[in-house]
Design a protein around this ligand. Structure first.
Ligand SMILES: [Zn+2]
Length: 227
């Protein structure tokens, strides 16, 4: 209690105010540093998607959330030349871009719906990777579910009902089908993965594509074979 009465003096009040200001400056610096790291991870993931053949050209999108903001890749901008300043800042509650003349990916509603449904998710990646996208036309869960999906904490990969790209209907269908998993197929369209970091979401995108290749190989003997 002694400190409480001491802080009632003008000098102590000034010291308290200075301390509060220092703490809030530290938090702001931490926030800036944290975003710099996340933005670099988004750019690196974009380049990895191209290098791994998970997307072609400017297709697909990557975002990260921290606090009440998110960053998402812009529309129609090549990953190879994308810079931190090209990433679009978005208020994750309202969904409004915080940057003037921002042109976020048209799948922003999809990313927002996933973040709203899943407070544990800090990153979202959407691709059209070949084998997984082909499987999305079967309107069936990705089977067989190999141990990789558990090992990487991804869980079952269901397929969301098809809906037009960029639509609220797609956002709704996908966030529902995702449930508590870290990956979902978008019916007749592609793949969405999530994670506690951009790197985790990227690993999930790679694992789902790997899993889908195996799924097609397992299925192959039945195609055109005896019925
Ligand atoms: Zn797409």
């Amino acid at each position: 209690m002694a400190t409480r009465s001491a802080s009632s003096s003008p000098a102590a009040a000034r010291a308290d105010a200075a301390e509060r200001s220092r703490v809030s400056t530290d938090r702001a610096n931490d926030g800036r540093r944290g975003w710099r790291r996340r933005e670099r991870a988004i750019l690196a993931a974009g380049r990895a998607l191209i290098a791994d053949g998970l997307v072609i050209g400017t297709v697909g999108n990557v975002s990260a959330r921290h606090g009440s903001e998110l960053r998402i890749t812009p529309t129609r901008r090549p990953y190879e030349t994308m810079r931190r300043r090209d990433l679009v800042r978005v208020d994750s509650d309202s969904g409004a871009p915080l940057t003037a003349d921002a042109r976020p990916s048209r799948e922003l509603p999809l990313h927002l719906a996933v973040y709203r449904a899943r407070p544990d998710v800090a990153a979202v990646i959407h691709t059209h990777s070949v084998y997984a996208t082909a499987w999305s036309f079967l309107d069936a869960p990705l089977e067989p579910a190999l141990e990789d999906l558990d090992y990487f904490g991804i869980g079952p990969v269901r397929t969301a009902a098809p809906a037009p790209p960029g639509s609220d209907e797609l956002a709704r269908n996908v966030s529902q089908a995702l449930g508590g998993s870290n990956a979902v197929l978008l019916g007749h369209h592609g793949v969405l993965t999530t994670g506690g970091s951009v790197d985790e979401a990227l690993v999930a995108a790679r694992v789902v594509e790997h899993q889908a290749r195996i799924a097609w190989l397992v299925r192959a003997p039945a195609v055109g074979g005896p019925r």
